[in-house]
Design a binder for this molecule. Structure first.
Ligand SMILES: CSC[C@@H](O)[C@@H](O)C(=O)COP(=O)(O)O
Length: 364
């Protein structure tokens, strides 16, 4: 995506060909900061403390973490240790385990002295593959938006609700849920996006809104609780969200609050789509509610909110009494029965075991 005149991916190799540079998402939308990270500890911090976030980008960042480790120590023991260290950072997004497994599978058969160079090459390929997958998701989702637009009167917008940030910032480029939106805008289809603020960390208000503004996509920020009301009044044509892990049965784990949007969508006959690249499918898990570990983050993220003060400083304020404890489950599971379709790189699958098997027969 472009920021101003310049095209950026969300992660890239530094000039020293060893460290990576990332957009530090903690400061957006107020400051655009780039950080250079050259250690495994730094990569672990960036993932855990959400300098980078979003399932696909977490995976790519971890892949580069393995590469950094291989320059320091390419032994089997170090490869296993970096897998463990990075796997511990965030438990829910399956792309993290997918990328770590892929790096280990690729590197293990190589002689240690070949591993560093090969690891950077494979990490770069995983990053490039992510861009390709998202572009294909965009094309497949675009067909859905086009079909809705065709039923509208000339000039009427297609109104899309999205939750969290499943955008460019959550991937390497394009985003998953946002890819169809960007392609629709490029194709001249009038779209308008309702952006859920996405408490507690406000990925919608801070990241999706910033992306939409930067790409010139008409959008409106709403509080998380407004979606149901808008659907009851016919103001939403479709919902598109991303996912951190989708089970082999089509259950969708995504940012906390997604389930409530899906319930409201079902009650109002609003199509509810989930956009995902195939590395986000966990083929080993069937029942999302019973089997997916849900990350529990610090209650401080609920009690304290970041923002820009009147004098232009980025600061944190407390919104609840000092003595009030807060719980912060970061994700929830939307059962497959509430999902209209899974927009993958291969096409739109039914959210069911049969639907996913038909789309990915080699995994059946
Ligand atoms: C293409 S990103 C899909 C998901 O990772 C996204 O919707 C999401 O829930 C991100 O959560 P986050 O906690 O910000 O990493």
């Amino acid at each position: 995506m472009n920021v101003g005149e310049r095209h950026y991916r969300t992660i890239w190799l530094s000039d020293d060909k060893r460290s990576v540079e990332i957009i530090d998402q903690r400061w957006l939308p107020h400051e655009f900061r780039i950080e250079r990270i050259g250690t495994v500890a730094g990569i672990a911090t960036a993932i855990r403390d959400m300098w980078v976030r979003g399932a696909p980008l977490i995976g790519v960042t971890a892949a580069y973490g393995v590469a950094i480790q291989m320059t320091d120590d390419p032994s089997d023991e170090a490869l296993d240790a970096v897998w463990e260290t990075l796997h511990r950072t965030r438990p829910t997004a399956i792309n993290l385990r997918w990328a770590l497994d892929e790096m280990r599978r690729f590197l293990k058969p190589l002689a240690p002295e070949q591993r560093a160079e090969a690891a950077y090459r494979r990490a770069a390929e995983i990053a490039d593959e992510d861009v390709g997958l998202n572009r294909a998701i965009g094309e497949n989702g675009l067909a859905i938006i086009k079909a809705i637009a065709a039923r509208k009167k000339p000039g009427e917008t297609v109104n899309i609700l999205t939750h969290c940030n499943a955008g460019w910032l959550a991937t390497v480029d394009y985003g998953t849920a946002t890819a169809p939106i960007y392609l629709a805008t490029e194709a001249g289809i009038p779209v308008h996006v309702y952006v859920d603020e996405t408490r507690p960390r406000n990925q919608g208000a801070q990241l999706t809104a910033w992306e939409m503004a930067g790409q010139g996509v008409p959008h409106t920020l709403i509080v998380d609780n407004a979606g149901g009301h808008l659907m009851q009044h016919g103001d939403i044509d479709m919902v598109i969200v991303g996912t951190d892990r989708t089970t082999a049965n089509g259950d969708v784990c995504n940012k906390i609050g997604t389930y409530l949007k899906a319930l409201a969508a079902a009650d109002n006959d609003v199509p509810f789509y989930v956009a995902l690249p195939s590395p986000t499918i966990d083929w080993t898990v069937a029942d999302g509610l019973a089997e997916i570990p849900i990350e529990e983050r610090s209650g401080d993220e609920v009690s304290l909110v970041w923002g820009k003060t009147a004098d232009g400083k980025v600061a944190q304020v407390r919104v609840s009494p000092d003595a009030t404890p807060a719980a912060n489950p970061a994700f929830d599971v939307t059962p497959a029965r509430l999902v209209t379709g899974l927009i993958t790189e291969r096409g739109v699958a039914k959210a069911s075991r049969e639907g996913l098997k038909a789309m990915f027969p080699e995994r059946g």
